[in-house]
Design a protein around this ligand. Structure first.
Ligand SMILES: Nc1nc2c(c(=O)[nH]1)N[C@H]1C(S)=C(S)[C@@H](COP(=O)(O)O)O[C@H]1N2
Ligand SMILES: [Mo]
Length: 246
């Protein structure tokens, strides 16, 4: 009974919050995304907005291994690496009012979040690291998400086995407080191995969702026309689940 009351109260609080945010385009999109939950899935709702565990700095892994691309050699990436990423830009585009093109300095000057989290790769390894960067929600709000936007696509610089790496999430994960555009690992600029100069951290999702070598953040209405239509590199290639929530 107690648990049920809690869920009802939590649901009511969520709906009250929704009425306030519904006045904005972003809020409307979030509400659309959340619509399905109200059809009986309170448990799913509370689970999806919960925080992933955070750890003390003492738990940080001495070495954060790299996986997949660890030293991209295609396109402009080697030149950017040689320049110390001084001319790297991150675009925010697609279904937004004001497309953005941000330098690393722009990104470091925004309000920052640091979080010590555990990364879980489906291949059977985990590592704990401290990630720092602005919340994705900040960038999306600055760009002004249009109400047709339903998914956020992450474009990457690396081409792996002949395909450009990319990933995508829905707006619930995009606006999750622990979803950040990370420029630092353990207080240092990201090593190339771990996605320099920018990578996503989406802490409620498995490792392959955390796009490295980030070049653009794209708001879209559908994933059908992106890549092979399954929402990500591994989803297209090997049938990995698009929703890889943990
Ligand atoms: N651009 C890009 N992002 C990527 C990958 C990749 O190969 N290219 N590999 C994914 C996988 S499977 C995992 S487990 C993590 C690995 O991150 P790490 O190299 O920092 O350990 O990045 C993910 N993001
Ligand atoms: Mo992975």
């Amino acid at each position: 009974m107690k648990r049920r009351n809690f869920l009802v109260a939590a649901g009511a609080a969520f709906v009250a919050g929704c009425n306030r945010i519904a006045e904005t385009d972003v809020g409307k999109s979030l509400l659309d995304a959340a619509e399905g939950w109200h059809k009986g899935a309170h448990r799913l709702l509370t689970d999806r907005t919960a925080l992933a565990p955070e750890y003390p700095r003492s738990a940080i892994s001495p070495y954060f291994r790299g996986n997949g691309s660890t030293d991209p050699q295609n396109g402009d990436y080697p030149r950017h690496a040689e320049e110390g990423f001084a001319n790297w830009r991150l675009e925010v585009r697609g279904l937004v009012e004001n497309p953005l093109s941000l330098s690393l300095e722009n990104i470091r000057k925004l309000p920052q979040r640091s979080q010590v989290t555990r990364h879980d790769c489906v291949e059977g390894w985990s590592a704990i690291g401290e990630w720092t960067g602005p919340q994705l929600s900040l960038l999306l709000n600055a760009a002004g998400l249009l109400s047709q936007a339903k998914f956020i696509v992450f474009r990457c610089a690396d081409n792996l086995n002949g395909q450009d790496y990319y990933e995508s999430v829905d707006l619930v994960d995009a606006y999750h407080p622990q979803t950040i555009v990370a420029h630092s690992l353990n207080g240092e600029p990201l090593p190339i191995r771990n996605g320099a100069p920018l990578r996503m951290r989406i802490e409620r999702q498995l490792g392959y969702k955390h796009a490295k070598y980030l070049t653009a953040i794209e708001a879209v209405a559908s994933l059908d026309e992106i890549g092979k239509g399954q929402g990500g590199y591994w989803e297209d290639r090997a049938g990995y689940q698009w929703y890889a929530g943990i």
